[in-house]
Write a protein that binds this ligand. Structure first.
Ligand SMILES: Nc1nc2c(ncn2[C@@H]2O[C@H](COP(=O)(O)OP(=O)(O)O)[C@@H](O)[C@H]2O)c(=O)[nH]1
Ligand SMILES: [Mg+2]
Length: 470
């Protein structure tokens, strides 16, 4: 659909609850003729109903047949989600019945809503901005409570307010630059170039914070990916099974048992976590195992967190040190597994950390506290890992506002680039026209996020992801 052109005056209808059998189904009707159309079936509704009031009665078909006993809520124009006159019919949740109700509504003048059309109308009627419209979708699709909360905050306008603030500050800088362009002869200098550049860098700082929050957003939306890696036989699959609470991966005493990566998702205190068991890293493996090890390295790059598992019976091996030297340690925690095989845990851990330092690996870079001692044979050690994970995830996801949409992320990266460019030009003493050009570009990216300047295909991409009825 051509979103910008087809913002028509039609009255639309759709089932807003999930399809299939249910106790109740909600059919939504929105548009200028919503009341007239609905009253054709629901004659019990008054000619002038009160907004936000629920009415009880029987729906009748065009052939005057009783359809269902229903509750109908009325929302007057300007006071509904879409901003249009809207009615919500709560009928019994039979698919056949709902289809008949929709057929009657269409017969009396409504049309079936397109995907996301209710939310699109809310956006076009200025009830919500594009960020909020997208957050409706994120809320519906959220797989964890934390993600639902974040989407809810965005729907309330958390991110929108932040973006408005950034927009206002960019406009402030632009106004001053424009003044310098227009009144250059009079030499008005309300704000010095240094102060202007400083203001610009402050804005850049704010945008950068949003850009970096995208990693948190990713964790919220798709779950935190934890790769379990290490040398063969360290007990990775055993730990994976312990975390999954079932025998998901094959465990044997033969090194190289796990060849492919296996993933397992679960909800930890409202946060989505996904563990990935990987093939142990070693040289001279045969073809299939080699392929598995290549995948392990992909996961090392991609994962948000890495459990680097070490066989405590053997301690850190030369192979471990080589791998650790190549990994970004800021996302690694060492798991000294098979701790049942050693007597003095503290002494062992101290020795290992010493060994790391001697080998030129800075253990302070590791995620705090650097290591956990576990035994995959001991079920209660599950708590040790989960408690550590919970507190680490709180730090990783606990701040707001957070960027969860890739579209926002990409536009913010552009906005940041352009504003930094503008600041550099100001400092370099370039003509105000050039700095203003970059500020306009930055502003345009912000406007695209907000939906203040947005193309049809962007709208198409956003609203087509919605389900019908939302
Ligand atoms: N004593 C002891 N043995 C373990 C522990 N975890 C795993 N194992 C054993 O170590 C061997 C290799 O385990 P596995 O999970 O397949 O290691 P992976 O190659 O790293 O996946 C198996 O015989 C496991 O039973 C542990 O915590 N303590
Ligand atoms: Mg394994």
């Amino acid at each position: 659909m051509n979103w910008l052109r087809d913002h028509s005056q039609d009255t639309i209808c759709a089932q807003s609850t999930a399809s299939g059998e249910g106790a109740i189904a909600v059919v939504r009707v929105s548009g200028p003729k919503a009341l007239v159309v609905t009253r054709s079936l629901a004659a019990f509704l008054p000619e002038f109903p009160e907004s936000h009031k629920i009415y009880f009665g029987y729906l009748k078909s065009r052939s005057n047949q009783d359809l269902d006993q229903v509750l109908v809520s009325y929302f007057k124009q300007g006071h509904s989600f879409t901003g249009e006159e809207t009615l919500e019919i709560n009928c019994h949740g039979s698919a056949a019945l709902v289809n008949q109700v929709l057929a009657e509504l269409i017969y009396f003048g409504a049309r079936a809503a397109d995907r996301g059309e209710f939310t699109f109308r809310a956006f076009m009627n200025g009830k919500i901005d594009l960020v909020q419209a997208e957050s409706v979708l994120a809320l519906i699709q959220s797989q964890s409570l934390e993600m639902a909360f974040e989407a809810g905050r965005q729907l309330k306008g958390g991110l929108s307010v932040k973006l408005e603030e950034i927009e206002k500050n960019v406009l402030f800088c632009l106004a001053h630059l424009e003044a310098n362009i227009d009144f250059s002869e009079e030499n008005i200098q309300s704000i010095s170039p240094t102060d202007l550049a400083r203001k610009g860098f402050d804005i850049a700082h704010e945008i950068r914070a949003l850009v970096t929050s995208f990693e948190r957003g990713n964790i919220l939306a798709g779950g935190c990916q934890v790769a379990i890696v290490g040398m063969p036989n360290a007990g990775k699959s055993s730990l994976f099974n312990l975390l999954a609470r079932e025998e998901r991966a094959i465990v044997t005493e033969v090194p190289g048992t796990t060849r492919d990566s296996i993933e397992f998702k679960f909800n930890l205190g409202g946060r989505l976590v996904s563990f990935i068991d990987t093939a142990g890293i070693r040289q001279a493996a045969e073809t299939i195992e080699k392929k598995g090890i290549e995948k392990t390295f992909l996961w090392i790059d991609r994962a948000h967190l890495i459990f680097y598992v070490v066989d405590s019976g053997l301690g850190l091996q030369e192979g471990d040190l080589e791998i650790l030297k190549k990994i970004d340690l800021s996302k690694v925690i060492l798991i000294f597994n098979k701790s049942d095989l050693i007597a003095d845990h503290q002494l062992f851990a101290d020795q290992m950390l010493c060994w790391l330092e001697i080998s030129g690996i800075d253990s302070k870079l590791l995620l705090k506290p650097g290591f956990l001692l576990t035994s995959a044979l001991n079920e209660s050690d599950l708590n040790v890992i989960e408690q550590w994970l919970t507190s680490t995830l709180v730090q990783k996801t606990g701040q707001e506002p957070t960027i969860v949409q890739r579209r926002h992320f990409e536009l913010l990266v552009q906005a940041l680039e352009k504003i930094e460019m503008a600041c550099t030009k100001i400092i370099e003493g370039e003509s105000p026209e050039i700095s203003a050009f970059f500020l306009y570009e930055s502003l345009s990216s912000i406007h695209q996020i907000q939906g203040k300047s947005v193309t049809d295909d962007v709208l198409d991409r956003i609203f087509k992801e919605f389900c019908i009825g939302k």
